[in-house]
Design a binder for this molecule. Structure first.
Ligand SMILES: [Zn+2]
Length: 164
């Protein structure tokens, strides 16, 4: 009997290729820190990556854009350590996976982009993430599992507690 549509895939195809790429990441997660992993992504992608903690940002918890200088990750200053890590990993995975984003020239202010982001967030249904957001989120969660698997310290306990 041929395959029917009775059993539609519940995940888009892209998830398995993202999973493959994350599993193939050749990084020593036992020494994971956000700064160190950011340097690794920068080396892999040939981009300078700037991490900016942002007081004005609450939701979305983070966003990224490109400029002539490199890739910029803005993240909220109002997150606990785990959510901050997940947010930064999510944005780093956009960069790692070669996703598209806004380009801001040196003359434009990132604050304008932040404003646009906030307006967008207030009118966007959070259930309607785009495909690249889903990929980045899945990649970030897969990374957390790899970090957890490589560590025996308290971060692992926190991740267990969160049932990630
Ligand atoms: Zn995203």
């Amino acid at each position: 009997m041929s395959q029917t549509s009775d059993h539609p895939k519940w995940q888009p195809d892209s998830i398995s290729s993202v999973e493959k790429r994350v599993n193939e990441i050749d990084y020593d997660f036992s020494k994971f820190t956000v700064q160190d992993f950011t340097k690794w992504v920068a080396a892999q992608t040939g981009r300078i990556i700037f991490l900016e903690k942002c007081e004005e940002l609450k939701y979305p918890t983070g966003f990224w854009f490109l400029s002539d200088e490199g890739a910029h990750v803005f993240y909220s200053a109002h997150l606990n350590q785990i959510l901050e890590t997940i947010t930064i990993l999510h944005e780093l995975m956009h960069i790692f996976l070669g996703h598209e984003t806004k380009y801001i020239s040196a003359q434009q202010s990132p604050l304008l982009l932040l404003e646009e982001c906030l307006v967008g967030a207030s009118t966007r249904n959070p259930l309607e993430r785009n495909g690249e957001d889903n990929e980045a989120e899945n990649a970030a969660l897969l990374l957390l599992r790899r970090i957890e698997a490589s560590q025996t310290n308290s971060m692992s306990d926190v991740l267990n507690f969160m049932d990630i």
